[in-house]
Design a protein around this ligand. Structure first.
Ligand SMILES: CC(C)(COP(=O)(O)OP(=O)(O)OC[C@H]1O[C@@H](n2cnc3c(N)ncnc32)[C@H](O)[C@@H]1OP(=O)(O)O)[C@@H](O)C(=O)NCCC(=O)NCCS
Length: 163
């Protein structure tokens, strides 16, 4: 189940954010190094970003989601509401990460499937995903979710999923 980030999210989410690295294969987790005191501000800011409030020129609105499976928090995803020139080159519409202890159980495949449903609900008809050429697990996740490889440019693969 995917749940949207909420201002009242608690310690369980905070602990997962500590588990997920700050920068892994281009997936950025700005909350990795924050303290619990800073957590409310992080949540408030992410709500603003989701609602397009106070975005600086190079950012677009982005919604953050948590994936829960059988009551366990296993991963996080981000959905950019539209592309800009930067995201068209690197970043695309969607990013996701599964916490290290929960990898290799099919949850990467599930989170992308669920994020694609959210994208469709936002009226996006073609989703761009960019991934490092050597990120085999993520490429498998994309391909099993009907991603079509457009090109690999300078070590980055560009995939499109038609919704
Ligand atoms: C990419 C990521 C989300 C995959 O999550 P996951 O839950 O492990 O994915 P799944 O269990 O659904 O596995 C996906 C596929 O990758 C394969 N796989 C998993 N780990 C692998 C590894 N180390 N080497 C090769 N293949 C691997 C699985 O066997 C599966 O393939 P299959 O369907 O043919 O069996 C996870 O590794 C992650 O969070 N990575 C760090 C962040 C990241 O890279 N995000 C993507 C940025 S584009």
């Amino acid at each position: 189940m995917l749940c949207e980030l909420n201002a009242s999210d608690g310690m369980d989410i905070f602990e997962m954010l500590k588990d997920i690295p700050a920068d892994e294969n281009g997936f950025m987790n700005v909350a990795h190094a924050i303290t619990f005191d800073q957590f409310p501000d992080y949540l408030t800011r992410q709500r603003e970003v989701a609602n397009g409030i106070n975005l600086d020129g190079k950012y677009v609105p982005q919604t953050t989601y948590w994936l829960t499976v059988g009551g366990r928090l296993v991963g996080m995803g981000k959905l950019r509401h539209y592309l800009n020139d930067n995201l068209r080159i690197s970043g695309g519409h969607i990013g996701y990460a599964i916490r290290p202890s929960e990898r290799g159980k099919g949850y990467g495949t599930i989170i992308l499937k669920e994020l694609l449903k959210k994208a469709k609900a936002k009226g996006i008809s073609e989703v761009l995903l960019t991934v490092n050429e050597d990120n085999t697990p993520s490429r498998k996740v994309i391909e099993v979710n009907n991603g079509l490889l457009e090109a690999a440019v300078n070590g980055t693969c560009r995939y499109w999923v038609k919704l």
